[in-house]
Design a protein around this ligand. Structure first.
Ligand SMILES: Nc1nc2c(ncn2[C@@H]2O[C@H](COP(=O)(O)OP(=O)(O)OP(=O)(O)O)[C@@H](O)[C@H]2O)c(=O)[nH]1
Ligand SMILES: [Mg+2]
Length: 444
């Protein structure tokens, strides 16, 4: 991992990614985007507006359809609910492996001695047994309850972080694991109390010793039976903490485009980010943050997985991550078009993807680049599957030059890169102004 870039979570490391994702995160189960007449959200700069406007539904985002009255009623019900800023994942607790928690609790419990001054041997043993069982139960249960309190409820998270949870862990997995940990906690409490009480009622020293030994075993068994939930929680905390930290107060450039068009190559040019570059689609499998300083101003640069021409129902979770960035973060967009025929997505498909994204996220500051212009000598390229006779004028033009005003660049031959840096800088400075204006509006 490169120290300069604040890395990233990678949904998976190598193809076939789908299998790996299913195995590691179970992310494809039942994911879908709910259809709606107003499915395309525009960019929102205001944090509070973002939460008001969008629901995360099974890994995606749909506008709420409540009426004004319903909204007002809801606000009255939840007056104290405050939205987390970004960064909740960095505050997650360090979860101990389940076996370490058990060993530590057993060690502490076994060190507990009976209350001083009990002369009767049977009474002393009963007292010792009950106290040790109580300690074991508390050591386990209190730790689990602390974890539960320190993992935030999804409704208190920033919508972008909610999407990350859904798309990386799988639909409902986060809540499911927290529920299991709570069930485990309750089981440990009830078992511990039951055997502590039995121990306290033992008739003799020998009975008390027996009850203590059985009780310890029962609590241990109850814990071990469901301890996997704690290890799942540990894995979740680790995964979420490794996600890139986005500073909402800093202008962010987001590179978007079809797979294999040269996004990551440009991220390397424009920032400290060092994403992997390969000549196959979906090399980038997660959101990666790079940074750049221009004229003493700090900016963020985000690399994203490629988008294909298809409906949201068919999109994989990598594509959905890209849409989550565009939906929930105030980024400026650098849309990358590859008209060389090299990337595997035809120019007409890229045109369709571009039109769709522009329609959805047109309120973002936006810059188009045509990449790999060193290869463009034989432009326009035509794929065997395409029939250019049906092209409208806009598409014909797009095939040759990209969208109006697009910059032609080549990372390989160092063409257009200085102008690109200048234009990106200008755009990010404008974005900084937008952020400041937004903040000022929020404060008044
Ligand atoms: N000839 C030429 N090749 C380029 C240029 N820029 C990138 N490439 C090549 O294009 C391929 C894809 O580049 P990436 O930067 O990985 O593309 P990407 O859009 O990030 O790809 P995904 O992460 O898979 O979506 C690599 O083999 C690069 O070397 C360029 O300016 N000229
Ligand atoms: Mg890439």
């Amino acid at each position: 991992m490169n120290g300069a870039c604040s890395t990233v979570f990678q949904l998976c490391q190598s193809p076939p990614f789908k299998l790996l994702i299913i195995r590691r995160f179970n992310v494809f189960n039942g994911m879908h985007v709910s259809r709606s007449s107003r499915i395309y959200p525009n960019q929102c700069f205001c944090r509070s507006i973002q939460t008001e406007t969008y629901n995360v539904v099974r890994g995606s985002y749909i506008p709420k359809t409540e009426t004004k009255d319903q909204n007002e009623a809801k606000k009255k019900d939840e007056p104290s609910k405050s939205l987390e800023n970004m960064g909740a994942f960095q505050k997650l607790p360090m979860v101990m492996p389940s076996i370490d928690i058990l060993h530590s609790a057993l060690k502490t419990a076994k060190r507990v001695s009976p209350t001083k001054g009990i002369a009767n041997i049977a009474k002393r043993e009963r007292n010792r047994g009950a106290k040790q069982l109580d300690t074991l139960m508390k050591e386990l249960a209190v730790r689990l309850r602390t974890y539960l309190e320190e993992f935030p409820k999804k409704e208190y998270l920033h919508p972008y972080e909610c999407s990350l949870i859904e798309l990386t862990l799988g639909d409902g997995k986060y809540e499911q694991v927290l529920r299991k940990v709570d069930t485990l906690r309750k089981k440990v409490v009830s078992t511990g109390k039951e055997y502590a009480s039995l121990c306290a009622k033992s008739a003799s020293k020998r009975d008390a010793e027996e009850s203590l030994s059985v009780g310890m075993k029962k609590v241990e068994e109850a814990y071990i039976h469901q301890a996997k939930a704690v290890d799942d929680l540990l894995h979740i905390a680790k995964t979420l903490r490794a996600m890139p930290v986005v500073d909402l107060d800093k202008p962010t450039l987001c590179l978007v485009g079809a797979p294999n068009v040269g996004k990551s190559s440009l991220v390397r040019i424009l920032s400290t980010g060092k994403p992997e570059i390969c000549n196959y689609p979906f090399t980038t499998r997660g959101i990666l943050m790079g940074h750049t300083v221009l004229n003493y101003q700090h900016f963020q640069v985000t690399d994203t997985p490629g988008l294909l021409r298809r409906s949201d129902d068919d999109r994989n979770n990598l594509e959905k991550l890209t849409l989550a960035v565009l939906s929930h973060l105030p980024t400026a967009v650098l849309f990358v078009h590859d008209l060389s025929g090299e990337c595997g997505t035809s120019p007409s498909d890229q045109f369709a993807i571009y039109k769709e994204m522009k329609e959805r996220y047109g309120s973002h500051l936006w810059l188009n680049v045509v990449s790999k212009c060193d290869l463009l000598k034989e432009s326009p390229v035509t794929f065997s599957t395409e029939n250019c006779d049906h092209d409208d004028i806009e598409l014909q033009k797009y095939r040759r030059f990209g969208p109006d005003g697009a910059l032609l660049v080549s990372v390989k031959n160092d063409i257009g890169l200085n102008e690109l840096k200048e234009r990106v800088h200008e755009m990010l400075v404008s974005q900084m102004t937008r952020i400041k204006e937004q903040k000022a509006t929020e404060e008044t």
